[in-house]
Design a protein around this ligand. Structure first.
Ligand code: NAD
Length: 307
């Protein structure tokens, strides 16, 4: 990626996730062409058991991104009232389908479905979200098969902007299983994109600002609108905003999306900052495509040069 760093990636201090995502997707197209030459079309199965409009939007964005790249998309929708066993049957059939290389069950699932059992039910070789306990363990052990898409996307954003994490003080705000924890695990690995001295802050952190002000790199993933402002970061810090929050707005929709960072004040001090939308979001989908291509390559034993 570094050789491909061009002016589209950084506009002043604003790091453009759409531009970085496009560069990676173009390289993935080449991987898919290599797979196609060997008669393999990568396939991603999405399973939706929710009528939540945000979940529906996320799934259709993922399907569209697949189609655009030439990844075959398999989709199953279940009523949120359906018995849990129906979902497990669908996952089993996807596990057994040789045309499906990656499986994604859109979270959250309804309360009557055991979420942890869902994560365990997906074949770890097809677990392109990287949430199966086997894949979580491999990530922690420094032998990742599928890095979870959002933190992996953050790593790729940093790499694209030529930001070396080695020896840096990194502060991750949030300790969720899908963002905060895997992000911290990636940052502490003795590997490229790692080697950072990493602090994880969460809802019980006594003084968040005291921690973030010490950081060279702040990664905000708290799900709390504009939690991190300019007062809470040091001059020249790199600020990555994972948050996507709906707040009321005086417009047609009645709401707007804001991040966990107060962009206006933070961008005055940050050396590099990601916007919301257009920062981490497009990278999450890009890394899902990456994991699907990787899954197809591993399962079909066709080597590809992943970006
Ligand atoms: P989550 O609710 O599961 O976890 C939030 C974490 O933040 C918790 O660990 C909590 O301890 C911590 N937290 C909450 N308030 C805090 C505070 N005041 N100070 C310090 N820590 C605090 O959320 P999540 O799934 O990790 O997602 C976080 C945010 O990232 C959400 O806004 C979500 O929509 C967004 N997100 C975006 C993408 C993307 O692709 N852009 C992907 C995943 C999540």
């Amino acid at each position: 990626m570094t050789e491909e760093l061009d002016e589209r990636v950084l506009d002043g201090n604003v790091l453009d996730g759409n531009a970085v995502g496009d560069l990676i997707r173009n390289e993935l197209r080449e991987c898919i062409a290599t797979l196609e030459d060997e008669g393999v079309t990568p396939g991603l199965a999405t399973v939706l058991m929710s009528e939540d409009p945000a979940s529906e939007t996320y799934v259709s964005m993922k399907q569209r991104a697949c189609e655009d790249l030439g990844i075959e998309s398999f989709h199953r929708e279940l009523s949120p009232d359906a018995p849990a066993e129906e979902l497990f049957d669908v996952v089993d059939s996807m596990n057994e389908n040789p045309d499906v290389h990656g499986i994604l069950v859109q979270m959250p699932v309804p309360d009557h479905v055991d979420k942890r059992r869902v994560l365990r039910s997906i074949d770890p070789a097809k677990d392109v979200d990287g949430f199966h306990p086997t894949n979580v363990g491999r990530l922690v052990a420094g032998d990742a098969r599928f890095k979870p898409c959002t933190p992996h996307g953050v790593q790729k954003l940093l790499e694209a902007a030529d930001i070396d994490t080695e020896g840096k003080e990194a502060v991750v705000v949030g300790r969720s299983d899908i963002v905060g924890k895997p992000m911290a695990n990636l940052l502490i690995q003795k590997a490229p994109g790692g080697n950072a001295t990493t602090t994880v802050c969460h809802s019980r952190t006594a003084d968040l600002g005291e921690k973030t002000r010490e950081a060279d790199i702040v990664i905000a993933a708290a799900g709390y609108p504009e939690l991190v402002d300019g007062e809470m970061i040091r001059e020249g810090a790199v600020v990555i905003d994972v948050g996507v929050n709906r707040v009321d707005a005086d417009n047609e929709k009645g709401y707007k999306l804001v991040g966990d960072v107060d962009f206006e004040s933070a961008s005055e001090k940050a050396s590099v900052i990601t916007p919301v939308p257009g920062g981490v979001g497009p990278m999450t989908i890009t890394m899902l495509l990456f994991n699907t291509v990787k899954a197809a390559s591993l399962q079909e034993d066709v080597p590809v040069e992943l970006p």
